[in-house]
Write a protein that binds this ligand. Structure first.
Ligand SMILES: *Cc1c(COP(=O)(O)O)cnc(C)c1O
Length: 433
């Protein structure tokens, strides 16, 4: 299958080209030329299939013509080495717990898949080293770094905003060493993302090094996120709760929601989606006004959603041919201040005993406010609450234990390179490696 650019000013790309390039040469985002509809029979017996079986069916729709079935099956099974259960929180509200992977956040799924896909292509061609550049507002860096750690032929550079990620998040990508280099940028997340985007546009740099992006703009990262929307539905069906499903997605760069919309296009019976935002409410404002106005990002408690210019807006617009009414018919919005996030965490804990992280708290609250009688709501619990321990402890007046997997990261020594928010300095650094 080929991939076109959302800006329509670049040639179409093969899967391999789209994965290695990340961003299209015209700065657009790659989109698959076709979204296959899965047959009704698949949905009729989806509740009898395992997560890996479901994911393989979905993966085949996108990658089946480009990767042999046996290889694709290995990539899928190796990626999904952990479960993604739904947990009933109260009455008609479920949490889809996406935090059971190695770095305890949903980005493990896309990052692990992309690392394995890239390794597949590199092995096939036996070409030189590939350099992965990734900007992170928190969880992307850890998921990508851990997904690629020790993979031969790949070096990962993680750019993150100095002082704007939690100490636990930081430890997950600054302590690894080996083929992972962490760059601590004097700026905000959008600056990190801009440096990465500019690197891909720089001809000299691209002549000297093979660069690829592992941000959520990469098709190899965002498409696999569709897997768990199908699996969530399968689990609801097993419980006889699969009618009138509403899925609420805490959103920042909108890769996760976008994957859900793809699942919907493939026939997944979801009635509607809700995009839950923190104070960075560009998408919410778009839903209200029909005008998309990027802003600079604001720092909040749900810091992985502190994005003022969400890249994947271009993909959502492309999916709906830019039709505001069509987008509004499928996606609702919500926006919450830090005070409201804290209040939701507290309210949920007091009423149900369930501990939310600040991102999931936005999703939970939007369902509480917007779910109609007869609907079943799932919110994506995008990270383990212990990744935001300070916020959780403070909001709930508890002392949340840190899982062993996280403690292990924090015991290792931080190794990061300070980096000015200046493209020429960044470029010279890369060239000198
Ligand atoms: C990345 C992230 C989000 C936002 O996901 P997008 O795909 O960028 O919209 C939400 N919550 C957590 C914990 C994240 O790490």
């Amino acid at each position: 299958m080929n991939y076109y650019s959302t800006n329509h000013k670049a040639p179409t790309a093969t899967l391999e080209e789209a994965v290695i390039k990340g961003l299209a040469p015209d700065r657009g985002l790659y989109m698959p030329e076709e979204i296959k509809l899965l047959p009704a029979s698949f949905f009729n017996h989806i509740d009898t299939l395992s997560f890996q079986e479901i994911a393989f069916e979905v993966a085949t729709c996108f990658f089946g013509n480009d990767i042999e079935a046996a290889d694709l099956k290995n990539i899928v099974c190796d990626t999904l080495s952990f479960d993604i259960p739904i947990v009933n929180i109260e009455n008609n509200i479920y949490s889809l717990e996406l935090f059971h992977g190695p770095t305890l956040a949903f980005k493990d799924v896309g990052a692990r898949f992309m690392a394995r896909l890239l390794r597949h292509f590199i092995r096939k061609e036996s070409r030189g080293q590939v350099n992965v550049l990734v900007a992170t507002s928190g969880d992307t860096g850890s998921a990508v770094a851990n997904g690629f750690l020790g993979v031969d032929g790949i070096h990962v550079y993680v750019l993150y905003p100095k002082g704007k990620v939690s100490p636990i998040q930081e430890s997950q990508f600054t302590t690894l060493g080996r083929n992972i280099t962490a760059l601590e940028v004097d700026g905000v997340f959008d600056d990190c993302q801009a440096l990465v985007k500019q690197a891909f546009m720089d001809e000299e740099l691209n002549r000297q090094m093979r660069l690829t992006s592992a941000n959520s703009i990469n098709v190899a990262r965002f498409l696999p996120q569709a897997f768990y929307y199908f699996y969530a539905y399968a689990q609801l069906k097993r419980q006889g709760r699969a009618g009138n499903v509403v899925v609420c997605v805490p959103s920042g760069n909108f890769g996760n929601l976008c994957a859900g919309l793809f699942a919907h296009r493939m026939g997944l019976p979801v009635k509607r989606f809700i995009a839950a935002n923190n104070a960075n409410d560009v998408f919410y404002q778009y839903l209200k006004t029909g005008t998309y106005t990027p802003q600079s990002s604001k720092q909040t408690l749900a810091n992985a959603m502190d994005v003022g210019a969400p890249s994947n807006f271009a993909r959502i617009a492309a999916l709906f041919n830019g039709n505001h009414g069509a987008i509004k018919a499928v996606i609702g919005g919500a926006t919450y201040s830090d005070a409201m996030i804290r209040e939701s965490m507290k309210g949920c804990y007091t009423a149900t005993g369930y501990i939310l992280d600040p991102h999931g708290a936005c999703g939970y609250r939007a369902l509480k406010e917007q779910l109609q009688p007869g609907e079943t709501g799932i919110f994506l619990e995008t990270a383990h609450p212990a990744k935001f321990k300070e916020t959780v402890d403070d909001a709930l007046h508890i002392n949340l234990p840190i899982p062993d997997r996280l403690v292990a990261f924090m015991q290792n020594e931080k190794q990061s390179v300070p980096m000015r928010n200046d493209f020429h300095v960044f470029k010279q650094f890369l060239l000198s490696r």
